[in-house]
Ligand binder design. Structure first.
Ligand SMILES: Cc1ncc(COP(=O)(O)O)c(C=O)c1O
Length: 382
């Protein structure tokens, strides 16, 4: 199988699975227990937290483990909103966030918070001027994703952070779920974002593992209450094997980043040039300067499922652009926000690369896609 759906989820690294199994087998004790087995499990947890903090250039007690990207995003959104609502109830986000932000925003709106949604341009990039205009004294949170999961647009996070910090007291949260391990992000910088969300299964770790990291002391209301784990901010017995696996995958991803990025850039440029050969029959939604591991495109008048099935018959797996969030059949909010032409908007598909993608797989995709386009043309002419 040629798997080109790495933005939906990734195959775990072998080493990560081995670590996960070993920790489950040998260090299964509750890390909060005071007996020796608990202390040993906790030692691993502390180490995993320190390793992630080191990679993010923050402090260990600023890193909390969650059950995934959705929880990290929800936690940042509700947690900061609830903690900061004595200062104001105004929040800024964008029209093209992941549903784990947009649905949280909707819920807060129903509770009386006011949310402004920044509109992206046709390349999916927000306007920094609009961000500055929308900031107010009572803005408590700005949440902007780093890389869009549906089409790969990269937001100007460093510049946005400067504007936010110079003009407000708002916390700046960044959904870095599609960018961590693929692009670098200046988190240690005084002028950088305040909070990052990460998800394990996007970086070849395990599903159901995530991190929410803070540049400074976490200031947010817990979502989950109970035993007071994770510095009293996220109750629930910590999944030590998940945490250790996450730390391992994160290290491997960061180590491999320069080499991987080179490959992604090569494949992205190659595929942009390849799709251009089809003239106006193929529309590429991903901007050339977007994240190189995501490439979204659409064939004129063709429903996405038809192409997905045709590729699948030849063992190539790709997905609709929003496959990581749901099996939705309606046009995605991102495609709507970008005003994609009606002839293309119902067929947007996404190729996304990961650590296991190879040159041969990209070549095979092109050959199969060319054959399918020929078949479709032939069928149309008959
Ligand atoms: C940008 C982005 N944010 C959030 C999520 C949610 O992460 P998770 O699947 O770990 O809940 C995803 C993927 O589904 C995503 O691509």
């Amino acid at each position: 199988m040629i798997y080109l759906d790495n933005s939906a989820t990734t195959r775990p690294y072998k080493e990560v699975l081995t670590t996960f199994m070993q920790v489950n087998e040998l260090y299964y004790a509750n890390p909060a227990s005071i007996h020796i087995a608990g202390v040993e499990a906790n030692t691993l947890l502390v180490k995993a937290r320190e390793q992630i903090a080191q990679l993010l250039k923050t402090e260990a007690n600023h890193v909390l483990f969650t059950a995934g990207g959705t929880e990290s995003n929800n936690f940042a959104f509700y947690g900061v909103a609830k903690k900061g609502n004595f200062r104001g109830k105004h929040i800024i986000t964008t029209e093209i966030e992941h549903p784990s932000i947009l649905e949280a925003a909707k819920r807060l709106e129903s509770e009386g918070y006011e949310i402004d949604y920044l509109k992206p341009d046709k390349n999916g990039v927000i306007s920094l001027d609009e961000l500055q205009e929308k900031l107010r004294k009572e803005t408590i949170l700005v949440s902007i994703m780093h890389v869009n999961n549906e089409m790969g647009a990269i937001q100007p996070i460093a510049e946005a952070a400067t504007i936010i910090h110079e003009n407000s007291r708002a916390m700046f949260h960044v959904d870095a779920i599609q960018s961590f391990g693929k692009l670098s992000i200046a988190f240690n910088d005084e002028a950088g974002p305040d909070i990052l969300s990460l998800s394990g299964h996007k970086i070849h770790a395990l599903k159901g593992s995530g991190v929410i990291a803070f540049r400074k002391k976490p200031m947010l209301e817990p979502l989950l209450v109970g035993g007071g784990q994770e510095f009293g901010l996220r109750s629930g017995t910590v999944a030590v094997p998940q945490a250790v696996a996450f730390a391992k995958a994160a290290r491997l991803a960061i180590e491999a980043l320069p080499l991987q990025l080179e490959k992604y850039k090569k494949w992205s440029a190659n595929l942009h040039a390849y799709f251009a050969q089809f003239g106006t029959d193929v529309f590429v939604l991903s901007p050339k300067n977007g994240a190189a591991h995501i490439l979204s495109f659409s064939v004129r008048g063709l429903k996405g499922e038809i192409l997905i099935n045709a590729l699948q018959k030849r063992n190539i797996i790709i997905s609709t652009s929003s496959a990581c969030s749901s099996k939705q059949t309606k046009t995605s909010h991102v495609v709507e926000a970008l005003n994609v032409d009606s002839q293309f908007k119902n067929g947007v598909l996404r190729l996304s690369f990961g650590a296991f993608t190879t040159d041969e797989e990209i070549q095979a995709f092109k050959e199969v896609f060319t054959a399918i386009m020929k078949e479709l043309k032939g069928a149309n002419e008959r």
